[in-house]
Design a protein around this ligand. Sequence first.
Ligand code: FAD
Length: 267
Amino acid sequence: MTQVFDRPIRGREFFEEVIRDNLDQGRPDRVQPLFEWKVTKRTPGRFQTRVIQNGVHPSLHITYKKSDVKLELNTEATLATIEKFKPNAVVVATGAQRWIPDIPGMEAPHVLHAEDVISGAKTTGERVVIVGGNQIGCETAWLLGEQKKKVTIIGKYAAIGMDINPATMSYLSMKLREFGVNIVTESYPKTVSKDGITIFNKDWKEQKIEADTIVIATGYRSNFEFAESIKKIVSKVFTVGDCLEPASILEAVHRGSKLGRLIEELA
Ligand SMILES: Cc1cc2nc3c(=O)[nH]c(=O)nc-3n(C[C@H](O)[C@H](O)[C@H](O)COP(=O)(O)OP(=O)(O)OC[C@H]3O[C@@H](n4cnc5c(N)ncnc54)[C@H](O)[C@@H]3O)c2cc1C
């Protein structure tokens, strides 16, 4: 089902209603922390439901406080740290690798990655070209538009936001229009220079776009190197989540849950 709202306030009302309707999710008989894993009244633990409202974003937090999983926080997994546990199996969920096009000028200091811009770790100049018109490129454009930056998105497809659901995209498009974001489709980056980027445009002609900062949002790729190296010390090594195939939070959690149960069956 796709819900389309004529005004942002209607969207907020909808989500608040969903939250109200789900306030009983914290009851033990309703909680399902992992897919297909039912919690019953006899399951030990504490259950709690809270509605948290940060600014205008209400969210529902469901806590299930009981786990046999031992956490080793602030620890980098290396062959040495893994070996210490003498594991029967290792699940590698170390996330995806950034994919960056190999074009001249990419290593310049005014070329930033979208993740660093979104997280606030890096700051852009006033004129920004974003290379990549999918979800992360569009969200970065929205953020920079709000900061009153002059933004251009370069996308390789005929439209941007092809990986975003249509209802969200229609709102996002409205925002990008509101911020005057320039959208250049069916284009590919050729070279980055000190004062901008040269692209091949949709007529396959070279076109220069001036910019102070180039932001890379060209996607991610799977990452098997670490998992392969672990096979030297443990025979059962599994990869899951974005390191197997970049996707979404839901996919990563779902596949992780399935894999957990598969390993239990194998043990
Ligand atoms: C900017 C951005 C926006 C996104 N927005 C959305 C969204 O709105 N909705 C959505 O569903 N998905 C979104 N995604 C995708 C989503 O974040 C991923 O699909 C999901 O986080 C994958 O989960 P994961 O556990 O496989 O990997 P990650 O979440 O990447 O987690 C991997 C973890 O492993 C740690 N790690 C790596 N190597 C080691 C090591 N050697 N030792 C110990 N720890 C290590 C990393 O520090 C990291 O904490 C977004 C992604 C990005 C980059």
